[in-house]
Design a protein around this ligand. Sequence first.
Ligand code: 5CA
Length: 161
Amino acid sequence: MHPTAQKVAEAAQTLGLTIKIKEFEASTRTAQDAADAIGCTVGQIVKSLLFVVAGQPTMALVSGSNQLDEKKLAALCGVGRKQVKRADADTARQATGFAIGGVPPFGHATPLPVYIDADFLQFEVIWAAAGTPNAVFAITPAELVRATGGAVADLKAVSNL
Ligand code: 5CA
C-alpha cells in the first residue's frame, strides 16, 4: 500500500475503525473517477472539501452528486456569507496534511470542524478518499459521523431552475 494511504489506515485504527483501503490503477481523483473505478453511484462518493470560515479551516463532506451551498455552511457556522471561502490548494494541504484529490475525511494534520451532507444517510455504504488520488475506502454513514465527530446538516445547493 502507498505510505500515504497507510497513514489513513492508521488514523482510522486510532479512531477505532478498521477500514479496508482499495487502491486502483485508474484515477480516483474526482468523485466521478472514483465512482467509475468503484462501480458505485457518484452520490455515494464523499467529497472532502476544505473551506476557510472566518479564518478557521473547516471540512465539508459532501455527496459527489451535490454542490455545497456556501450560504448554508455560513449559517451553520454562525457567520456571514462572505466569511466562507474555498481553501486554495496550499491551505488545504497545510490544514489536512493531504493533497487535493486524496484528502480523507479524518486523520488531518490539524483538528478541523466537520460538517456532513445529510444526503449520505440514505446509503448503506459510501466511499471516501484514502490519502492518494488512487485510493478509497468504504464506510457506513453512521461510522463516518462517529469517526469525524461531524455535524450532519443540509449542505446542498438547490438549483432554482
Ligand atoms: N478522491 C476523490 C473522491 S473520493 C476526491 O478527493 N474528491 S474531492 O471532491 O474530495 O476532491 C476534489 C475536489 O477538490 C474538487 O471537487 C474541487 O472542489 C477541489 N479542488 C480541485 N482543485 C482545486 C484547487 N486548485 N484548489 C482548491 N480546491 C480544488
